[in-house]
Write a protein that binds this ligand. Structure first.
Ligand SMILES: [Fe+2]
Length: 385
């Protein structure tokens, strides 16, 4: 997603004999995207990395079943009312809203993953609303904490090890991949000077060299199902790697917000681009400062997108009845805007303390039974009055 990096020992050229100090041949693992056309990373293992036997998959979450069409309306789901699922992250994910591009869910783990997990369907993007932990992979250890996004590329064999204490993570499974929005990169692939973040704002895994944590079991998700494998050799037996595909952590508060003379559209807040979706960060900021500016978002018909907003904390000037953990869903085709009084009440405001993650999704979102179980039935009518 960002620049090419190198960690540990790598040979002078791709695909040449590379040996350890005892003269034993090391084994490449080429991890590519978009076939062989996209970014890639090459790892060097002490043992052959592809010696898996088939095994039973004992872990995985319940993927959303097809749901019947439902009439469109403004929706509000109170994920703060969802009981913590507990268990390993691999079992603790509860999908809530989904389409063919993204599956948005809540992950509330209480234990570490007991197996390695490879998502063969999607890049996983998490937002850590509460808690934190460690992502362990052959590329190294990556710590993540409250207010971080955690990006896990498709095909990365990894485990999540949550810290002790409550955990609530928003999960965005990006079935067509995710990355930095094109408009924030220059021709060299570097983040532009006027992008809302720079390379230094992201954290990469800390490579620790080859090791063995004793685990050999892996679960692979592909085509919406979970498949078990058992390896002969430790997945962490990597002496070095280089490439441009790796997991990342990005603290949302490193996102540099903007304000203008008058209200700026959400595109200014774009943080990650996925197929069919844009992930935006709304962080505490000064608000629009022109004479007579109305900082509160104007009513708008989102003709092209379903808009999903996950409220993290702070004052939400445009909405009432929502709180940390709330997910609002405003479908394309019908207008939405501030709650009564919010529009005029925002005139003269100097700042907002809101913290939220928003998804603009081009395909219609469906709700799972878990989402329907925490729906606020009065939300549609709460805009009248
Ligand atoms: Fe909107």
């Amino acid at each position: 997603m960002l620049e090419r990096v190198v960690r540990g020992e790598v040979p002078r050229k791709h695909h040449v004999a590379f040996r350890d100090a005892e003269g034993r041949l090391l084994h490449e693992e080429c991890w590519t995207r978009a076939g062989f056309d996209g970014p890639y990373t090459i790892l060097y293992h002490r043992r052959r990395p592809h010696t898996q036997r088939l095994a039973e998959a004992r872990h995985g979450w319940e993927v959303p079943p097809a749901t019947p069409p439902r009439r469109i309306a403004k929706r509000h789901y109170r994920t703060q009312d969802l009981a913590a699922r507990g268990g390993p992250p691999l079992d603790a994910r509860v999908p809530l809203l989904w389409n063919a591009d993204v599956v948005v869910g809540l992950v509330t783990p209480s234990a570490e993953d007991p197996v390695y997990f490879t998502n063969g369907d999607a890049d996983d993007l998490y937002f850590v609303a509460e808690g934190g932990g460690l992502l362990r992979s052959p590329l190294g250890d990556l710590r993540f904490a409250k207010d971080d996004y955690l990006y896990v590329p498709r095909g990365l064999k990894h485990r999540l090890v949550p810290d002790a204490g409550p955990q609530r993570w928003l999960s965005i499974e990006c079935l067509g991949g995710a990355g930095i929005p094109r408009q924030w990169k220059n021709d060299a692939g570097q983040l532009r000077m006027d992008a809302p973040y720079c390379e230094r704002d992201f954290r990469l895994p800390e490579f620790r060299g080859p090791t063995d944590d004793g685990l050999r079991d892996e679960v692979v998700k592909r085509n919406g199902a979970f498949h078990g494998f058992r390896s002969e050799d430790p997945p962490l037996d990597v002496v070095g790697w280089d490439g441009a595909v790796y997991p990342l952590a990005f603290p949302i508060l490193n996102f540099q917000p903007r304000a203008g003379l008058v209200h700026l559209p959400p595109t200014w807040h774009g943080t990650f681009a996925a197929r069919g979706a844009l992930v935006c960060s709304f962080v505490p900021r000064v608000v629009d400062f022109g004479p007579d500016a109305i900082p509160c978002p104007y009513p708008h018909a989102s003709v092209d997108v379903d808009e999903l907003l996950f409220y993290v904390r702070g004052e939400f000037t445009s909405r009432r009845g929502v709180g940390p953990g709330s997910v609002s869903h405003h479908p394309a085709g019908t207008m939405h805007g501030p709650h009564p009084g919010a529009y005029e009440g925002s005139i003269g405001a100097k700042a907002t303390s809101e913290l939220a993650v928003m998804l603009d999704c081009y395909a219609p979102l469906s709700a799972t039974a878990a989402a329907l179980g925490v729906e606020d039935a009065g939300y549609q009518d709460s805009f009248i009055g």
